[in-house]
Design a protein. Structure first.
Length: 198
């Protein structure tokens, strides 16, 4: 995979607002561009992976989307629509790459048509948007909560409480309480973002 651009020590971070990042990118600030790519790298990469592309193809699609973003950023009407725009552009790149790989045989074209049915891309777009909202909400948590969430919910297998407590230098008995508090903060943030919660 293509490595994410390095973070600048001074300037915007990847949890800065899209409008601020876009504005600073248009002013030619390299740190803003790095922060914008870092913020949306996982979103962009997740789409070709879901379409079944190899790591190499996914990296190529990522680079192509970044080039489109660079050349078309000034024409983006609303910066708060950036995530949706990136999803659409990436899906289009995936579809066209899939077509190119199929050698346009009749059966393969039929497969592509069913693969790009109206229902599936809508579901895919919704799922990818929700994943991006979750990433952004996690960035709003404290560093300790971020580490705790990662250890308990994103590592496979999840770490046992004893190891989590040791890594975070906490009492093992406090992990459940801290986990609950971090989850409540995450839930509050997701609700404010409009994430559909059960």
């Amino acid at each position: 995979m293509t490595p994410a651009p390095g973070k600048a020590k001074i300037g915007p971070s990847k949890n800065s607002s899209d409008s601020r990042l876009v504005e600073e990118c248009l002013q030619g600030k390299e740190a803003a561009w790095s922060a914008l790519i870092a913020k949306y790298k996982n979103l962009i990469f997740s789409i070709p992976v879901r379409y079944g592309f190899s790591e190499e193809d996914s990296a190529d699609i990522f680079q192509a989307v970044c080039m489109d973003l660079l050349t078309q950023l000034s024409s983006l009407r609303e910066s708060n629509a950036l995530a949706g725009w990136l999803i659409q552009v990436t899906r289009n790149k995936c579809f066209h790459r899939k077509q190119a790989q199929q050698h346009l045989k009749v059966q393969e074209i039929d497969d592509l048509d069913s693969y790009a049915s109206p229902e599936e891309p809508a579901d895919l777009a919704l799922q990818v948007q929700r994943e991006q909202m979750l990433r952004e909400a996690l960035l709003d948590l404290s560093p300790r909560c971020q580490r705790l969430m990662h250890m308990l919910f994103f590592e496979v297998p999840a770490r046992p409480y004893q190891q989590v407590a040791q890594d975070l230098e906490l009492a093992e008995g406090s992990i459940g309480f801290i986990r609950r508090r971090c989850l409540n903060k995450l839930r509050d943030r997701l609700e404010k973002m409009g994430y559909p919660l059960l």
